[in-house]
Ligand binder design. Structure first.
Ligand SMILES: Nc1ncnc2c1ncn2[C@@H]1O[C@H](COP(=O)(O)OP(=O)(O)OP(=O)(O)O)[C@@H](O)[C@H]1O
Length: 263
């Protein structure tokens, strides 16, 4: 579980995160949603221990994130940021291999190679594994970075807008794969033999449809505060979404799911 206890983070004297307290359950997929500038990325960086709050605490599996050494943190949480930056002259295979660094620190062994191969297969990157990352399309690059986070084999994967450049096929593909790794609590993950631990996936999403379809748990942020959080079915309503985004939205049943539409 991740426990967030009265977390406040300020920049230039302004509270970007304002007294946030909540718990994020272990296992399953949690979506952080909310309008632009709500503080979603900032919260993700705080959870990863990369930003120091003005007050409050983040505990991951019972430990204060700021008291965990960087190397141990990297074996606990994988963070994929919104703009991971340029990777000149690096092949897709090498990029994915970077995910193993906290485990082998420069001396990869057979298990590291096996996990990288699985990640490449799992995220459908085999045909481009030898290519320079910078020659990939935006969506292909996105998949390669998610595969890198996967190869880190951490109990927690924190992904900031992993769907932003993806077409509908790969949106579904990546979310199905994350669902396999982080099934709803109580169900076994679909994992290869070398990667046995259940993952917990925490992602920032603007794609509300995917959030609705895949997330078990929601954190709804607005103006640096938590407007609502909890399991999907008891948290997400048309009224909540309309208030969150300051625009009228409705939620309609469509077969086995619901769609979110302008009201
Ligand atoms: N380095 C910084 N200095 C000052 N303000 C910042 C800094 N980084 C972020 N902010 C501000 O903090 C607020 C929250 O930013 P954050 O990136 O966390 O929002 P977000 O919810 O992820 O937004 P988006 O959906 O647009 O990506 C914004 O008002 C932003 O301008």
């Amino acid at each position: 579980m991740i426990e967030i206890d009265h977390l406040t983070l300020t920049r230039d004297g302004l509270a970007i995160l304002d007294d946030i307290s909540l718990q994020i359950p272990r296992g399953g997929i949690t979506a952080i949603i909310g309008p632009n500038g709500a503080g979603k990325s900032t919260l993700l960086h705080c959870l990863a221990g990369l930003l120091t709050p003005a007050s409050g605490q983040v505990r991951v599996l019972g430990r204060d994130i700021h008291r965990i050494a960087a190397r141990d943190r990297a074996r606990l949480l994988a963070l994929l940021t919104q703009s991971p930056g340029a990777m000149p002259r690096l092949s897709v295979r090498d990029l994915v291999g970077f995910g193993r660094w906290p485990h082998h620190r420069g001396r990869p062994g057979p298990e590291d190679h096996a996990i990288v191969a699985q990640a490449i297969e799992r995220f459908d990157l085999g045909a481009m594994a030898a290519r320079d990352v910078e020659t990939l399309s935006g969506g292909q690059k996105q998949r390669a970075f998610v595969a890198m986070a996967y190869a880190q084999t951490t109990p927690w994967m924190l992904l900031d807008e992993p769907l932003s450049a993806l077409d509908p096929k790969y949106t579904r593909d990546i979310m199905d794969r994350l669902r396999d790794l982080a099934p709803p609590p109580g169900r076994r993950p679909v994992e290869p033999a070398t990667v046995e631990e259940t993952r917990s996936v925490l992602l920032v999403l603007h794609d509300l449809q995917s959030a609705w379809r895949y997330a078990d748990w929601f954190v709804c942020l607005k103006d640096g505060r938590v407007l609502s959080h909890g399991p999907r079915d008891t948290t997400i309503t048309a009224d909540l979404l309309s208030e969150l985004y300051d625009t009228p939205l409705r939620l309609e049943r469509a077969g086995d799911t619901s769609v979110i539409l302008p009201a």
